[in-house]
Design a protein around this ligand. Structure first.
Ligand code: EPZ
Length: 438
């Protein structure tokens, strides 16, 4: 189900700007980068706050535009949000929800807003939100969410690009059930954990996604009084409770930002350190970078990368955690475009996530794509060009290409980057990149 054109335009205009990055390539990086809180955890934790009758204090929240949109959505729903740097205080003074029609532009601007449907149904017994249609990287279906919520006692109506959902059990409360997902879906797993946390009885989720962000969600819900067991494994058990209280919680470190900066170091053959990161979330990425010729020193929450001067090609197939993350496919391809040898990168999670290839080829990369498999023949040097980022991770990949390219690279589409990376250009500048945000 895809949004009407005008909806997509409206939603994108919320943050469209013609700001760009100007990068002068060839610098060797050095120093330390502090990794921010994880976008893909913060958004779902913010949605989970709808479940609580108390006050939620979230720490280590990244200052990014997706968090800003989610804050606007929750505020428009009647929640009270105060933000101070990386600290959000969220409390739901409301006991019922105003019409959500007014939220449509905001919901359309942020796919992650769909995380609200589970908590809305669990807390208020109904929800009316726009369909989170497809985006550039794929059709992004929601059938796993819908089919599973139906098993908890929900009926759905689809009308002009929105969906109305209602709990139809006798006491209007979700009822626990046993569910087996057809595919590993991070969002569907998170939606069902949140919905089931206030259901009557026990819910068992089989074939669940195992991403670390799901463990973060379960940890916060359990602090609020929920009873979630097995998060991070394929089988999750949620014993429903009557209500959930407030809590203080610190968002986990962003493993995708950490991976992006590791690749920035590898592509410039530089040694840098990352702090406030969780190496344990990056095992597959570290293994691939080691195969490519990088060494690592790490503690529980820090990492130092030491790349060889000569790096080699490595094949990658993206897959759900603990496999190689799809969100690092584009940045890693940029690295493969600049090392010796030929590599193959297969994207198995999303059907249309190769938009960066065209722009990398304009910078001189030698890449061909067939059936979601990219064959990359490394070249000595990329050429600085004016390139356009199309989505969050593709824009990051083009910025990384600019770090190592000869000459100046202009990366347009900064609004994509600002959705998911806090202070990206400032962090690159602190480790020696000649980069300007214009
Ligand atoms: C989350 O998206 C992340 N977003 C994505 O990060 C990430 O790429 C993705 O998980 C995979 O790790 C947030 O957490 C906000 P999925 P999500 O449901 O939950 C299919 C970024 O760049 N599927 O795990 O939407 C789907 O088509 C973003 O930070 C169904 O078939 O991803 C895809 O092929 C991009 N039916 C696969 O599952 C469904 O009902 C994985 O999607 C749901 C999903």
């Amino acid at each position: 189900m895809v949004l009407k054109k005008n909806n997509i335009n409206t939603s994108r205009n919320l943050f469209f700007n013609n700001k760009y990055l100007e990068i002068k390539g060839g610098e060797i990086l050095a120093g330390k980068v502090k990794i921010s809180g994880a976008k893909n955890s913060a958004l779902v934790l913010m949605a989970a706050s709808i479940l609580s009758r108390g006050q939620i204090n979230l720490f280590n929240v990244p200052r990014i535009s997706d968090v800003l949109i989610m804050s606007k959505i929750l505020t428009a729903m009647g929640m009270n949000i105060r933000s101070n740097a990386n600290h959000l205080t969220i409390s739901s003074e409301q006991t019922s929800l105003p019409s959500q029609e007014s939220l449509f532009d905001l919901f359309n601007a942020l796919r992650g807003s769909f995380f609200c449907i589970g908590p809305l149904l669990a807390r208020f017994g109904k929800a009316k939100i726009p369909l989170p249609g497809g985006c550039l990287i794929g059709s992004r279906p929601i059938d796993e969410h819908i089919n599973s919520l139906k098993k908890l006692g929900v009926i759905f109506q689809f009308k002009n690009n929105s969906l109305s959902a209602e709990v139809i059990t006798p006491d209007k409360r979700l009822i626990g059930s046993s569910i087996t997902f057809d595919c590993k879906s991070v969002g569907a797993t998170e939606t069902l954990i949140m919905a089931a946390s206030l259901a009557k009885g026990t819910t068992i989720l089989n074939n669940s996604a195992q991403e670390p962000e799901i463990i973060d969600l379960a940890n916060m819900l359990n602090l609020m009084g929920a009873r979630v067991k097995g998060a991070g494994s394929e089988r999750i058990t949620i014993e429903g409770v009557e209500s959930l209280k407030g809590c203080d919680y610190t968002v986990m470190s962003d493993r995708i930002e950490a991976g992006t900066f590791l690749i920035a170091a590898a592509i410039t053959r530089s040694s840098i350190s990352l702090c406030n990161c969780e190496p344990n979330h990056l095992r597959t990425v570290l293994k691939k970078l080691e195969l490519c010729g990088c060494k690592f020193e790490y503690t529980k929450n820090s990492l130092r990368i030491i790349p060889n001067q000569i790096l080699n090609s490595v094949n990658v197939t993206t897959s759900p955690f603990p496999g190689f993350p799809t969100d690092l496919q584009a940045p890693f391809m940029t690295l493969m475009a600049t090392v010796n040898g030929t590599s193959k990168i297969e994207e198995t999670v999303f059907e249309n996530r190769m938009h960066h290839v065209k722009e990398l080829k304009r910078m001189g990369a030698n890449i061909t794509v067939k059936d979601n498999i990219a064959t990359i023949v490394g070249v000595k040097k990329l050429r600085g060009r004016v390139v356009i980022g199309s989505d969050l991770r593709a824009t990051a990949a083009l910025a990384l290409a600019g770090l190592s390219a000869n000459g100046k690279t202009i990366v347009k589409g900064l609004e994509h980057l600002e959705r998911g990376y806090e202070d990206f250009s400032e962090k690159l500048r602190t480790i020696g990149t000649r980069i300007l945000k214009k």
